[in-house]
Design a protein around this ligand. Structure first.
Ligand SMILES: C[S@@+](CC[C@H](N)C(=O)[O-])C[C@H]1O[C@@H](n2cnc3c(N)ncnc32)[C@H](O)[C@@H]1O
Length: 240
């Protein structure tokens, strides 16, 4: 294994803004760091599969009144974001090393305002499609965590995952409220950007437009370098 990776595995264990969760060892949701009094009254935003945390960091900087939580199962990636947060003095971002399948163990029901799925693995093979983060079992969990009216955002370069997510949300009983087939393209706000009549202007969704357009994660950078278009979707599972 590369030395840098090994060092990160070690360093991340000592970072004050990273929480580790082990199977069978979860705390009651009220005992995790994000439930502390100092974060009372702050809206909570989750990034699931945060990788090196570019999105969580960017969103935390742009939204100092919100608490951003990046979750990933790879601690050496989390290490990069958590160290940057400390170096830059960003206090409204925390990281959790854990599996998204267990997400309901970590947060109180109806306590999350937004969930971001930033470049989730598309799981193209039939035998792994159950792991897609916009599949029904995950939507069930998000619905239990979100406040009424809370939003889920998806950014992806993968057409299949984009189409799958729309179908999955609609089948589940949720509502796609914004979608764009190419957020950086000239027609990003046009009515046919995503090829659907629910395509809406992403400019209208307040803070989310910042996350959708202006924060570029490691995976987005790679996808754009290959010439892929970046797709965005916002949906609601629990109406207000
Ligand atoms: C394609 S990468 C995207 C990383 C980052 N969001 C970005 O845009 O650069 C997907 C990330 O999701 C994480 N991941 C995938 N499935 C997961 C799961 N079930 N639980 C926790 N993390 C997961 C992977 O470890 C990986 O870091």
């Amino acid at each position: 294994m590369a030395k840098t990776k090994l060092h990160r595995y070690e360093r991340v264990k000592h970072l004050p803004n990273v929480t580790f969760s082990r199977l069978g060892e979860s705390e009651p949701p009220g005992l995790y760091p994000w439930a502390k009094d100092c974060y009372q009254g702050m809206e909570r935003v989750l990034e699931l599969g945060c990788g090196k945390g570019e999105h969580s960091l960017g969103f935390a900087q742009a939204n100092p009144h919100r608490l951003c939580l990046g979750i990933d199962s790879k601690s050496h990636r989390i290490c990069v974001g958590a160290e940057k947060a400390i170096a830059q003095g960003i206090e409204n971002v925390l990281f959790l090393h854990g599996r998204i399948e267990r997400i309901q163990e970590f947060f109180r029901a109806h306590s999350i305002h937004e969930i971001w799925l930033t470049f989730p693995d598309p799981h193209l093979k039939n035998r792994t499609r159950k792991n897609r983060l916009s599949g029904a079992p995950f939507l069930d969990a998000y619905a239990r965590l979100l406040v009424p009216g809370g939003l889920v955002h998806l950014k992806t370069d993968n057409d299949l995952l984009f189409t799958y997510t729309r179908e999955s949300v609609e089948l589940w009983g949720g509502r796609v409220i914004a979608a764009a087939g190419d957020i950086h393209g000239p027609d990003a706000c046009g009515s046919n950007a995503c090829g659907s009549d629910t395509c809406t202007d992403i400019h209208t969704y307040g803070d989310s437009r910042f996350g959708a357009r202006h924060i570029v994660s490691a995976f987005e950078k790679k996808a754009r370098a290959k010439g892929s278009s970046i797709k965005y979707m916002a949906f609601k599972l629990v109406e207000q």
